[in-house]
Write a protein that binds this ligand. Structure first.
Ligand code: C2E
Ligand code: CA
Ligand code: CA
Ligand code: CA
Length: 282
């Protein structure tokens, strides 16, 4: 019995308690983080490959958690989705992206800079909430900004969940002037039929296919196929995770439209992004 007791004890390893405790602490401090103004949006440029021109930016959330520094979205977005906090966070992200653009609209033209659309990431929970579309249009409508300056990044899992409902909602958002793109394209194990039914503007090829494009002929073939597919459906194709010139040259030769990645700029705070834009030479 003693032997068995010891074995049972193995199920409660201290690391597991530590993990659960950490998670709980994270969950608690996530609650109210919007009110405490702990979130910041970082921006990463999107560049037209052919011309080198800046054509957009993606807003990526950062959480400054008390004294413990920045928490990666990969670590808190899933938790925020499980607890529902993502709804409040998502509303904040959208409003903040609009607020920042209105500010840039007031400052940039005098600096000789041309404002570009900003893309925000949507979680499937946001999409499934009641009155999602009304809520979203309400937020955007609070700002003196053309709806076309906001792009929504949707994952394949969002659009596959309830294709009928999603199709109707996307049609209305498009009608309202918003831009729509599919994020992490190729990672969702989804059917491609939604591509022709939904009013999309862009496909974003996941970084996992772009990373080894120089050495891996299978990745090269996949990226090439996605570019052709996107173009034949009238969509712009964006390559994510472009870190080196070599990848850019290949993407350009394939006719891929837009690149985003460390090669140009890491995601940076608004002021740094503005400084980057001001000094960027295509
Ligand atoms: P994502 O939407 O696929 O965003 C792209 C991620 O790739 C970002 O990670 C970005 O920093 C990173 N990245 C950009 N260029 C490069 C590159 O050249 N090399 C490499 N290795 N990485 C690059 P980040 O900011 O940590 O965000 C991770 C994920 O968290 C995002 O993936 C997105 O799914 C989610 N996320 C971020 N912000 C939000 C948000 O406001 N709302 C929601 N719902 N999700 C968000
Ligand atoms: Ca994204
Ligand atoms: Ca992505
Ligand atoms: Ca991703």
């Amino acid at each position: 019995a003693k032997e068995r007791g010891r074995n049972n004890y193995q199920f409660f390893r201290p690391e597991m308690n530590a993990r659960a405790g950490e998670r709980l602490a994270l969950e608690n401090s996530l609650r109210g983080a919007v009110q405490r103004k702990e979130f910041v949006l970082f921006y990463q440029p999107q560049v037209e490959i052919r011309s080198g021109r800046l054509v957009g930016a993606e807003a990526l959330i950062r959480w400054r958690r008390g004294d413990s520094g920045f928490v990666s979205p990969a670590d808190f977005i899933p938790l925020a989705e499980e607890t529902g906090t993502i709804l409040e966070i998502g509303d904040w992200v959208l409003a903040e992206a609009c607020r920042q653009q209105v500010q840039w609209d007031q400052q940039w033209p005098a600096m000789g800079l041309k404002p570009v659309p900003v893309a925000v990431n949507l979680s499937s929970l946001q999409f499934r909430q009641k009155h999602f579309k009304e809520n979203l249009l309400d937020i955007v409508g609070d700002y003196p900004l053309p709806a076309g300056r906001i792009e929504l990044e949707l994952t394949e899992s969002i659009v596959m969940e309830e294709p009928e409902l999603v199709g109707a909602v996307l049609a209305e958002l498009k009608q309202a002037g918003l831009r729509l793109s599919i994020d992490d394209f190729g990672t969702g194990y989804s059917s491609l039929s939604y591509l022709k039914r939904f009013p999309l503007d862009k496909l974003k090829i996941d970084a996992s296919f772009v990373r080894d494009i120089v050495n891996d002929s299978a990745d090269l073939a996949i990226v090439h196929a996605v570019v052709s597919l996107g173009h034949s459906l009238g969509l712009k194709v964006v390559a994510e995770g472009v870190e080196h010139e070599a990848e850019l040259l290949i993407l350009n030769a394939m006719g891929c439209d837009i690149a985003q990645g460390y090669h140009f700029c890491r995601p940076v705070p608004a002021e740094k992004f503005q400084a980057w834009v001001a000094t960027y030479v295509p």
